[in-house]
Design a binder for this molecule. Structure first.
Ligand SMILES: Nc1ncnc2c1ncn2[C@@H]1O[C@H](COP(=O)(O)OP(=O)(O)O)[C@@H](O)[C@H]1O
Ligand SMILES: [Mg+2]
Length: 266
C-alpha cells in the first residue's frame, strides 16, 4: 500500500507546554484517518505541522514523499486543507468563491470552468452556486470549503473538525461527501474530530490522541476488539484508552466558532 503521510516522533512545544509529544503514524492512499481526541489534545497542532503552517521542533513528517520542513512548497502543491476557521467569503457567490481558489491554484481556461462545475455538482451546490454564500446553511458552507480544497486534485486532504457546530443532518451531508470523495479518488484524508460517531462512521482508521500523545491506532473494529467487549461503542473505546469521558455536547470553542461564522456571513 502506498504511504502518503508518514509521521515519526513529531514534537511541538509552545513555551514550556509540550503540545505534541513524539507522535508517529502513517496514512495510505484511499484511507480516511481520524485523529480523535478532546480539546487541547494536539490535533490542530499536528494538522498545522503537516500542512506546513507550523514548524515541528523535532521528528520527521513527509507528505506525498516531501519533507514538511525542507520541501514545504512541494507539500502545499499536493495537499488540500479545510481549516477550522472559515475559508469562504460570504459577500461572494459559491461560484465566485470557487473561482478565486481556482485562480490561486493556477487553474486556467476551459479546464478551470470544467473543474468548478464538476465540484459544485459533486458538493450538491449546483442550484446554490449563484447565491451569496452568506445565505448558505452551515452544511452548505462546509461543502463549498471542501470543494475549494480539492479543486487541484490533491493527493491528501486535511480537515480540522469539519462538522463542529453543524446539526446532525448537515453533519451527515459532510460525511456523505467525504465517503464519495474516498470512493471516487485515491485521496488520503485526515480529519480531526471529537465526535465518536463521526470517527466510527467516516474513518477506516483512527488514532486516539490524548494530551499530545498517540495512545493507540487501528480500525474501529480493531479498537473495539482491544476493549474486549464485542458491543463496545467508540465512546467505550475512548474511555478505555484515555480514562476520559468526552463531553457529548458542544464545547466552548465550537460554539465560538459557529458564532464567528455567522457573524462574518451575517
Ligand atoms: N499558538 C499556540 N500558542 C500556545 N499554545 C498553543 C498554541 N496552539 C496550541 N496551543 C496549546 O497546545 C495544546 C494543543 O492545542 P491544539 O493542537 O489546538 O489542540 P486540539 O486541536 O486537539 O484541540 C493546547 O494546550 C493549546 O492550548
Ligand atoms: Mg483543534
Amino acid at each position: 500500500m502506498e504511504v502518503i503521510v508518514e509521521v515519526e516522533h513529531l514534537k511541538k512545544s509552545f513555551g514550556k507546554h509540550i503540545a505534541v509529544k513524539g507522535v508517529s503514524f502513517n496514512i495510505t492512499a484511499g484511507e480516511v484517518f481520524g485523529l480523535l481526541g478532546p480539546n487541547g489534545a494536539g490535533k490542530t497542532t499536528i494538522v498545522r505541522m503537516l500542512t506546513t503552517l507550523l514548524l515541528p521542533d523535532s521528528g520527521r513528517a513527509t507528505v506525498c514523499g516531501y519533507d514538511v520542513r525542507r520541501q514545504a512548497a512541494r507539500v502545499r502543491q499536493c495537499i488540500g486543507y479545510v481549516p477550522q476557521a472559515l475559508s469562504v467569503d460570504g459577500a461572494l457567490t459559491g461560484y465566485e468563491n470557487m473561482m478565486i481558489f481556482a485562480k490561486l491554484l493556477g487553474l486556467k481556461g476551459r479546464e478551470r470552468e470544467r473543474r468548478i462545475a464538476e465540484l459544485l455538482h459533486f458538493m450538491q451546490l449546483d442550484d446554490a452556486a449563484g447565491r451569496l454564500v452568506r445565505t448558505y446553511s452551515g452544511g452548505m458552507v462546509r461543502r463549498l470549503e471542501i470543494g475549494q480544497a480539492v479543486l487541484h486534485y490533491p493527493r491528501v486532504l486535511f480537515l480540522d473538525e469539519p462538522t463542529v457546530g453543524l446539526d446532525p443532518v448537515a453533519r451527515r451531508g459532510v460525511w456523505e461527501i467525504l465517503a464519495k470523495l474516498r470512493r471516487t479518488s485515491r485521496m488520503a484524508i485526515l480529519l480531526t474530530t471529537h465526535y465518536m460517531e463521526e470517527a466510527d462512521t467516516v474513518c477506516n482508521r483512527i488514532g486516539i490522541l490524548n494530551r499530545g500523545e498517540m495512545v493507540v491506532t487501528g480500525t474501529p473494529e480493531e479498537l473495539k476488539a482491544l476493549v474486549g467487549n464485542p458491543d463496545a461503542s467508540m465512546d467505550d473505546v475512548f474511555t478505555y484508552f484515555t480514562g476520559n469521558f468526552l463531553d457529548a455536547g458542544g464545547d466552548f470553542r465550537g460554539i465560538r466558532q459557529v458564532r464567528h461564522i455567522s457573524r462574518r456571513l451575517g
